[in-house]
Design a protein around this ligand. Sequence first.
Ligand code: SF4
Length: 320
Amino acid sequence: MANYVKDRLMHYVVNPLVEESRKGGSRHPSSASVKYQNSHGEVVTAGKCLRQQYYRATDAPAEARTDFGLTMKARAGDVWSDYFAERIKEAGFWIGDEVRFYNEQLNLSGRVDAIVREEGTGNKVGVEFKTVGMFTKKGKIKHSVSDPLAPGEDHVMQCMLYLYHWIPRGIDKSSLVYICRDSFEIGEHIVRLEVGEDGFHYPVISNDMGVIEWKHLRLEDIISRWQELELALDKKEVPERDYELQYSNEKIQALYDTGRLNKTNKAKVDRFLKKNDITSDTPAIEGFGDWQCRFCEFLIHCNKPEVKADDVATDQFEAL
Ligand code: SF4
């Protein structure tokens, strides 16, 4: 059946005529990342993959991995952010919205969704709106035993960078507001930036469950990672992968043994264990990996097989 709007609209949403461009060469809060050792003794990455940023900076072949649904989810964030900024204006505690800034010391460009007036003191507070779905809202909006109330590490790093710029300009708190686009529940976390005895900056987060200090996310480590990327670009050396498309069986076993798998994935491993032993020789249990790789536009490029001289069949040389 012919349609007048649907097909053209869906195509345009994914392929807009004008796309937002960013100031080249500078760093952005949304590209922040750190590596740290978690409570299980594993070195993990929080935030953006350095290798992905390297590929983007070097114009490596990218494959569009956005479809209409994913694009609309991303756009929902902008729509709700605009909507709430308007309501804040009506309610009378608005100071500014879509406030762009550039920090020369860090070569950092960013944008704060809104700046509001704190009740009672009149102090300025930065606001960052984030939309989540029924699955990704876990722990961000409501507390549960399996998902304690806490914001996303990547979002907290963004707030830390805003605060580093804005503290000397009179804003020392950043409010991270989560909105569930399916249930319309709202959650809020207040982020402050503290300096430890070691001189490193780390975030302190307050929410309905109390106050938590995240000393594993240090501002200085975020900056070191950007420096690492800049060095890699200078030397033309592709950084190591920060994420994995498919976990090894050892890693899956470790997640299983320490109760870090959700119900569905635990059941999957249980079914596998009924028929097999997990050893390093057993083929990896499929479907366990990092979402960062699944949605990465450089996935194919990152995982392309590297051809070594020994891999080339002798008959190819004989044909020369
Ligand atoms: S596929 Fe994964 S490891 Fe490779 S660049 Fe993308 S996110 Fe990084």
